[in-house]
Design a protein. Structure first.
Length: 178
């Protein structure tokens, strides 16, 4: 066998390995903190290595009497545009994939006529207070496990306050501040 052919093949393999090592060093991607998709009944590496998973830290609710007047309802309207595909917030507007949100603040949960709410939200009971909306908008699926709402939520408290300030204006008479 010709040594030039063997040398060429060996050189090509070494080149590919060197490029791979260099690209790993340049474009390093750390493993995700949590899996993108959770398979029920299968423990992740993090869960298997810790004896008990810690619950997420509870977030302190702001003082709505001072936070809502300082919130920007116009910025909330811009953020709420993400919701327009599923919700309408005009007076007498239709239910879409989600219920109409006009007059939501102070309204009983799962009570808008003509909309079929999930059992998870029906079971919550009570009214949509500022604190309830603040917690719901953070992560709807964690607030009401089993809800039909697939929205991931608004992690930033300022965004949630702005949306609540906007929703407060979408009523015949805005709900009083606490």
């Amino acid at each position: 066998m010709d040594y030039r052919i063997m040398g060429g093949v060996l050189g090509a393999i070494l080149f590919v390995v060197a490029v791979h090592i260099a690209s790993q060093a340049i474009y390093y991607a750390p493993p995700p903190a949590k899996p993108a998709y959770v398979v029920p009944g299968v423990a992740t590496k993090a869960e298997a290595s810790t004896p008990a998973a810690a619950a997420p830290a509870a977030e302190a609710a702001p003082n709505f009497a001072t936070a809502l007047p300082a919130a920007d309802a116009m910025a909330g309207a811009a953020i709420a545009e993400r919701c327009a595909a599923c919700h309408d917030w005009t007076k007498g507007g239709p239910n879409k994939i989600g219920p109409n949100l006009y007059g939501l603040v102070g309204r009983a949960k799962a009570s808008h006529p003509g909309f079929d709410y999930s059992a998870a939200l029906k079971g919550k009971g009570g009214e949509w207070s500022y604190a309830e909306l603040f917690n719901f908008l953070r992560q709807p699926a964690a607030y009401a496990p089993g809800t039909k709402m697939s929205f991931a939520g608004l992690p930033r408290p300022a965004d949630r306050l702005n949306v609540i300030a906007f929703l407060r204006t979408q009523a015949d008479s805005p709900a009083p501040l606490p």
